[in-house]
Write a protein that binds this ligand. Structure first.
Ligand code: HEM
Length: 316
């Protein structure tokens, strides 16, 4: 509401300043260390069509001495990529491994499913694995890395409510009037874990719920697509981790593919356990991307959001 306050030299603005400096530094390293990725099947010879390759190309001057993107624009793209793409997916994968470490029977069941495919399986096959899909979706439901998002009403509107609520003056209302320009916070985490939507086990990690939903609604399209509809506006029961509507996460398909491939590679070969035991209390800390942190830390634990994990290589 008061943009000038953002410049107020408090602890928060220091964090934001340090954050930008760190992202700029990492962004510069990413550009300098990038090794061209050769992609043969894009019909353009050996061109480097990777995201960073394209940004580097956009930085180069054309014969007329013009650049398609300024250095600042390229750094901003890298900032978006690191924050929206990397941090979110990394946090989700960490949560997924923690849940598997807590639920060894689910880990074993998943491993059996993953081992039905050969080491060099195509992604289309990995995407179709139903239990893997359920585990990924359940992780995103229970541990959405982004806890809230905001919308600004573009016109006056009246929102119908599923159950009446009491106003400050004690009146019961069935609708909410939203004036044009109102900032509306969308509480992703509470919606994803509300008992009204998910039943009494809303707070429990239960991949089976996705299994049942897709079986009941014949929603195999999700599993087959490996991304499919992750948005509630389709009318189906969905988590809100990627937001919803026309400004929902643009990278959801990439995120799902990344998570599935990483889990495919890791869980086939390694067993994961929590040294603190399956009962270890792990909480989500930090904003805007929530990371896991052991609640009952001891002096020997690393500070911050590192969660120690025991990893054992499996034979065969
Ligand atoms: C598990 C991983 C991810 C989660 C949970 C996630 C979540 C979200 C959420 C909640 C939003 C805001 C949507 C809204 O306000 O309705 C968003 C937007 C966005 N995400 Fe993701 N994201 C993930 C991965 C990615 C990846 C891998 C990329 C890029 C490759 C990406 C790029 C973006 C971009 C560019 C936007 C802004 C879209 C717009 O405003 O139109 N995200 N994401």
């Amino acid at each position: 509401m008061w943009p000038l306050l953002r410049k107020w030299p408090g602890p928060r603005s220091r964090i934001v300043r340090d954050f930008h400096a760190t992202v700029r530094r990492i962004g510069r390293q990413v550009l300098v260390r990038h090794k061209p990725v050769k992609m043969l099947d894009v019909g353009e010879g050996q061109a480097d069509w990777s995201f960073i390759g394209l940004l580097i190309k956009a930085l180069a001057e054309d014969p007329a001495g013009e650049r398609r993107l300024s250095h600042k624009e390229v750094m901003t793209q890298i900032n978006t990529w690191l924050f929206s793409g990397f941090e979110t997916t990394a946090a989700s994968l960490t949560w997924l491994l923690i849940e598997l470490a807590k639920h060894r029977e689910m880990q074993d069941r998943l491993r059996i499913e993953l081992r039905q495919l050969p080491d060099d399986a195509e992604y289309s096959e990995i995407a179709r694995l139903p239990y893997l899909h359920s585990v990924v979706y359940e992780t995103l439901r229970l541990h959405p890395p982004i806890g809230t998002t905001t919308r600004i009403a573009s016109q006056d509107d009246i929102i119908p409510l599923s159950a009446p609520i009491s106003t400050k003056s004690g009146d019961l209302v069935n609708t909410l009037k939203i004036a044009k320009g109102t900032h509306v916070r969308v509480p992703i985490r509470p919606v994803n874990t509300a008992k009204e939507f998910w039943g009494p086990g809303a707070g429990t990690f239960d991949p089976e719920r996705w299994w049942n939903i897709s079986a009941e609604e014949d929603g195999e399209a999700d599993v087959v697509g490996g991304g499919g509809s992750h948005s509630g506006s389709s009318g189906r029961i969905m988590h809100l981790a990627f937001g919803d509507g026309s400004r929902a996460c643009i990278g959801a398909g990439v995120a799902l593919a990344l998570m599935k491939v990483v889990v495919f590679v890791l869980v086939r070969r390694y067993a994961f356990a929590l040294p603190h035991g399956a009962q270890a209390q792990i909480q989500a800390v930090g904003e805007p991307v929530a990371r896991p942190q052991v609640k009952t830390r001891t002096d020997s634990d690393p500070a911050g959001t590192a969660v120690m994990m025991g990893i054992r290589k499996l034979m065969g």
